[in-house]
Design a protein around this ligand. Structure first.
Ligand code: ADP
Ligand code: MG
Length: 794
């Protein structure tokens, strides 16, 4: 970094008239610092002739008097700046002075002689000369040429058109990036590889500027021109690129508007000039003051473009052009004053270096390859990018043993191969990561298990409660079912008894319907069904209905009834009748089958006879014969069989009809005996229950003369019952044994008897009168007393 103030130089334009001499003088102080003393003529100080001499001294870096040629100016002013630019620093040389003071002559040069070449061509020449001399670096040169007129920028190097006026040139605008770097939009950069190309660009710009200028529009004096040389340099093989810019600035005339004293367009132009330079002066003043934070660069385009040149990263030089004629004294003094302020500005020029990524990549690749080659030479092996499978496996084994080793002094030795070291770190990282995931999963699964267990416990508890409830319900249902089954079994006994009664009335079914008198009236289908007693369904018993015996009998009473019936004399009769009835049913069934068979045979014989008859008729017709007078023997035989079968059918039918009568009778007898037995039991039961409520002596005082309750049937049947000492006597009133099952008898008669039969005193216990029999009954009663007490009052 180079810190220095803006260098100020003064150049005095040669004067034509010699009377201008004596107005200024150039001296050096003891420090060899030159100073310009401007002496005001006496007639100019206050307008009157007096002896007062007034002078102003201004110090400059150097002061070039009228005889200084362009070469001297370049060598002393521009060349040092060009050298710094070649070194990589930004540089600016600007000429400041009133119109006609020689700014353009100094910066660009005179148009007549080659020796009048100004700073720009000389600098270009110098730079390209240096570039050619310096083979240690690679340089790239670009040229831009900007004119600022009335705060508008114009690209003087636009090659696309020939400008007829300044407004025809592309306008250049200012852009500022976030880092406050200024970018000039639409300002073209033109590479110049040689001095000639660069000079051509300079003359192109000057030509455009000249063409655009008209006599009425003295743009050349009212505008600022900035010729910029962009120089890039880098050492061969280096990624570092240096960028430097050299601004060569030809400012507009610094004369004041008031002094100009013109109006109209010129006034406007003068105002702009004044304004633009005013802002430049403000920036200069601001920069020259200490602790000034804000610098008003943005106030004008010119100060914005030259921001780096003024108080920034630039080595800046000012040339104050002076036309020290008598009439220009004020402006010359003003220019010198301006220069004095500029001289206070300190710049900090730095090398503008940046890394070229493309070049850096190339350089690094090259370096890597060199290092690889060097490493291969040292280690004796050529390394590849990746480790082999065997090497990876070996490394992981080493890591595993290292981790398992409890010795704190153990080390993981993988050598000086960075690939292996990196792989070890990566593998350890992976193991750590996997472990974390595993622990996380384990914890989460445990939490999940805990979470799940709680609901499971709750669920299991609920399930057990449900099962318990279910079991309770099942128990209740089973108890109810048991009760219902008891009732159902008792009902079944009832119904069975009633069905039997009904069966008795439906015994016509075993017999074939229709008229059994002849085969012609017999149906050819629907054979007669012969019902066995076991197939009799549940049918209501009219007898039971009449007696109202539908109440349910308790188990205790059923048991008592079983015993009562077993010991009763009628039970034998009932059992006999039951067997007889069963036998009759079997006979009826067999007879019904024979009848059906006979009926079928009759039908077949009739069909055969018909067919035979038809055959005979057909035969007679075919043989053109009359119906044969001799009867067909075969037909006769068939007819004979038919008749015999009819007789057989009739006989069986008659027999079946007789069986039906017998079966119906037997059923009536059985029903009657059953009712009688039930009534007797109920009477006995009622009396027995009553006797249990009184003391046993009451039993001893039983009325033996009234052994049975007074129902018409019992009264009628009493002699048989009382004399029931033998089965023979009982069978006198039961012509044939009635097959009734013991359980049917028991259940079908027991349920409603206790309600239908009123309570009777103990004296009405059906004793037989026989001492042995009565004692047996009493013994039975006593023996069953405990059981009956428990069960009958449940
Ligand atoms: P400015 O650009 O400041 O308005 P110019 O550079 O155009 O002034 O100069 C005005 C005239 O003076 C031009 O004709 C130029 O040739 C001449 N001139 C200026 N300075 C010198 C000088 N140092 N030597 C010879 N001629 C000069
Ligand atoms: Mg000029």
């Amino acid at each position: 970094m180079v810190k220095q103030t803006i260098q100020i130089f003064a150049r005095v334009k040669p004067t034509v008239r010699k009377q201008q001499q004596g107005i200024y003088s150039i001296d050096e102080d003891e420090k060899l610092i030159p100073s310009l003393e401007i002496i005001l003529p006496r007639d100019l100080t206050d307008g009157f002739v007096n002896n007062k001499r007034e002078s102003y001294k201004f110090k400059f870096q150097r002061i070039f008097d009228q005889d200084a040629n362009q070469e001297t100016i370049f060598e002393n002013i521009a060349k040092p700046v060009a050298e710094s630019v070649l070194a990589g620093y930004n540089g600016t040389i600007f000429a400041y002075g009133q119109t006609g003071s020689g700014k353009t002559f100094t910066i660009t040069g005179g148009a007549e002689r080659y020796s009048d070449r100004g700073i720009i061509p000389r600098t270009l020449s110098y730079i390209f000369e240096q570039l050619q001399k310096d083979s240690s670096k690679i340089y790239t040169t670009h040229i831009s040429y900007l004119e600022i007129y009335n705060e508008c920028g114009y690209d003087l190097l636009d090659p696309r058109h020939e400008a007829s006026s300044l407004e025809d040139l592309p306008k250049v605008t200012i852009l500022e990036d976030p880092d406050q770097n200024i970018h000039l939009k639409n300002l073209s950069l033109h590479q110049a590889t040689t001095e000639e190309e660069a000079l051509n660009l300079l003359f192109l710009g000057d030509t455009n500027r000249m063409i655009a200028e008209t006599p009425m529009n003295q743009a050349s004096t009212r505008s600022h021109c900035i010729f910029t040389i962009h120089l890039s340099s880098k050492e061969p093989g280096s990624a570092t690129v240096r960028h430097a810019k050299l601004h060569l600035v030809d400012l507009a005339g610094s004369e004041r508007v008031a002094k100009t004293g013109v109006g109209g367009l010129l006034l406007t132009e003068a105002k702009y000039i004044n304004l633009s330079l005013h802002y430049l002066e403000q920036v200069i003043i601001a920069l020259s003051e200490k602790h000034r934070l804000h610098i008003p660069y943005r106030n004008s385009m010119m100060t914005s473009v030259l921001r780096d040149s003024l108080g920034g990263n630039c080595m800046t030089t000012m040339i104050a052009t002076l036309s020290l004629e008598k009439r220009n004294i004020d402006e010359s003094i003003s220019t010198c004053r301006f220069a004095q302020r500029v001289a206070l500005i300190k710049n900090e020029a730095v090398l503008n270096e940046e890394i070229d990524p493309r070049l850096m990549i190339i350089r690094l690749q090259k370096e890597i390859q060199e290092l690889k080659d060097e490493l291969a030479i040292v280690t004796g092996e050529q390394r590849t990018e990746a480790l082999t499978e065997a090497e990876l496996l070996q490394l992981e084994k080493l890591i595993t043993s290292f981790l398992e080793d409890q010795d704190p002094e153990s080390r993981l030795e993988v050598g000086a191969d960075m690939r292996k070291i990196h792989h070890c770190f990566q593998h350890l990282k992976k193991l750590l990561h996997d472990k974390e995931i595993h622990e996380k999963n384990t914890v989460s699964s445990e939490i999940k298990d805990q979470i799940c267990q709680e609901p499971l416990k709750e669920e299991e508890y609920k399930k057990l409660r449900d099962i318990l409830q279910q079991r309770d319900n099942e128990i209740n249902i089973l108890v109810n079912m048991l009760k219902k089954e008891k009732k159902k079994a008792q009902d079944a006994l009832h119904l069975s008894s009633m069905d039997r009664n009904e069966f008795r009335h439906s015994q016509s079914s075993p017999f074939p319907p229709g008229n059994p008198e002849g085969p012609k009236t017999l149906p050819s289908s629907a054979p007669t069904q012969v019902h066995d007693s076991s197939t009799v369904g549940y049918r209501s018993s009219s007898l039971h209905r009449k007696t109202g015996m539908r109440e349910e009998m308790s188990l205790g009473r059923q048991e008592a009834f079983e015993i009562f019936k077993r010991d009763h004399a009628d039970s034998v009769t009932i059992e006999d009748n039951k067997q007889i009835l069963k036998q009759r049913f079997s006979e009826a069934k067999a007879l019904g089958e024979n009848i059906n068979e006979a009926r079928s045979k009759i039908g077949r014989l009739k069909e055969e006879i018909t067919q035979r008859h038809l055959q005979q008729v057909a035969l007679g017709i075919s043989e053109n014969m009359a119906v044969p007078s001799v009867p067909d023997l075969q037909e006769e035989k068939l007819r004979s069989q038919l008749e015999e079968e009819k007789k057989r059918y009739k006989t069986m039918f008659t027999h079946l009809k007789a069986l039906k009568v017998e079966i119906e009778h037997l059923q009536l007898l059985m029903d009657k005996a059953k009712v009688k037995l039930q009534k007797e039991f109920e009477a006995w039961w009622a009396e027995e229950a009553t006797s249990l409520q009184v003391d046993s002596p009451a039993v001893k005082s039983l009325d033996h003369t009234k052994p049975f309750h007074q129902t018409p049937e019992s009264l009628h049947e009493r002699p048989q019952l009382l004399s029931n000492k033998s089965d023979a006597n009982a069978r006198k009133i039961l012509p044939s044994p009635c097959p009734v099952t013991y359980s049917q008898e028991q259940n079908s008669t027991s349920d409603s008897l206790d309600n239908s039969i009123p309570k009777r005193p103990a004296s009405s216990i059906p004793l037989t009168g026989d001492s042995q029999t009565d004692s047996d009954i009493l013994a039975f009663i006593k023996a069953r007393q405990n059981i009956l007490q428990k069960k009958c009052f449940q």
